[in-house]
Design a protein around this ligand. Structure first.
Ligand code: ATP
Ligand code: MG
Length: 256
């Protein structure tokens, strides 16, 4: 059993409904979603394309408000984005006119609160010593994503919301960055909620896998706690059984 660690925050969603009006027609995306995430958990969200995974992350980030229901962090309703919850995407979105160090320090420069010791620590955390003065165009895809991780973690957020963060990397770099992401989560003790389409990635990193899907609007189809210790062996019999179980669940949800 992987016990959630004491750090991070508790996230609680109750009766969340959300949808969009497009060309005059309202379509519900998520319906009656209930989820509780304990401090330090690494929750992976899986589900077919369009089922509302990114929508859910945007709601938790506070970029959108649910049409119904509530979302709380440590008992406080989320009403707007906050420095405690950082959203990261596939694309590292680095500013090409800022160096690696300046990109990592971006939020601090915007708020006028530069903390050079925290920037140094973030650079070391992702192993980019010696590249601080490099420009984004001089970086490989993996290095650029390391900068994005450092920028996300520089102010020690309690929650990292990851929307397919490794989705654009080549297969080999992706494997390395999976190990890196696990290490960052262990070292910085944030609560992680990550969307991926890669079931192996979910099995390697998650303490819990939540599958979304369903007919019409989405709901939680399964919620699986992963008890295998880290580092995980993708070929362990337990992992093979879980992979099959999750894949068939996903295929079922796609057909629904
Ligand atoms: N701003 C918006 N306006 C209208 N419809 C939207 C908006 N954002 C998302 N949608 C719709 O909501 C649904 C869910 O979108 P979302 O991006 O959350 O899916 P997803 O599960 O992240 O998909 P994928 O795996 O392809 O990234 C889609 O049908 C999408 O068209
Ligand atoms: Mg998405």
């Amino acid at each position: 059993m992987v016990t959630p660690r004491a750090e991070g925050v508790t996230l609680h969603l109750g009766g969340v409904r959300h949808g969009y009006r497009l060309e005059g027609v309202y379509r519900e995306v998520v319906a009656d979603l209930n989820l509780r995430v304990e401090p330090g958990e690494f929750v992976v969200l899986l589900g077919p394309s369009g089922c509302g995974k990114s929508t859910l992350l945007r709601l938790i980030a506070g970029l959108e408000s649910p049409n119904d229901g509530w979302i709380e962090v440590d008992g406080t309703p989320i009403t707007r984005p906050g420095p405690d919850r950082i959203l990261m995407f596939q694309d590292p979105t680095l500013y090409p006119w800022r160096t690696v160090r300046q990109n990592i320090a971006l939020s601090q420069d915007i708020s006028g609160k530069r903390d050079d010791a925290a920037v140094d620590a973030a650079v070391r955390l992702v192993g980019l010593e010696g590249f601080q003065k490099a420009w984004p165009h001089q970086l490989s895809g993996g290095m650029a994503q390391r900068v994005a991780f450092a920028r996300a973690l520089v102010n020690k957020p309690q929650m990292l919301l990851l929307d397919e963060p490794l989705g654009k990397l080549d297969a080999l770099t992706r494997l390395t960055m999976q190990t890196e992401l696990h290490r960052l989560w262990k070292e910085r003790s944030f609560t992680a909620i990550m969307v991926t389409h890669d079931v192996d990635e979910a099995l390697l990193l998650g303490t819990r896998i939540v599958t979304l899907g369903g007919q019409g609007s989405s709901a939680i189809l399964s919620d699986l706690v992963l008890s295998a210790p880290f580092p995980r062996d993708r070929n362990a019999p337990e992992m093979i059984v879980l992979r099959e179980k999750i894949l068939s669940q996903l295929l079922y949800s796609q057909a629904a």
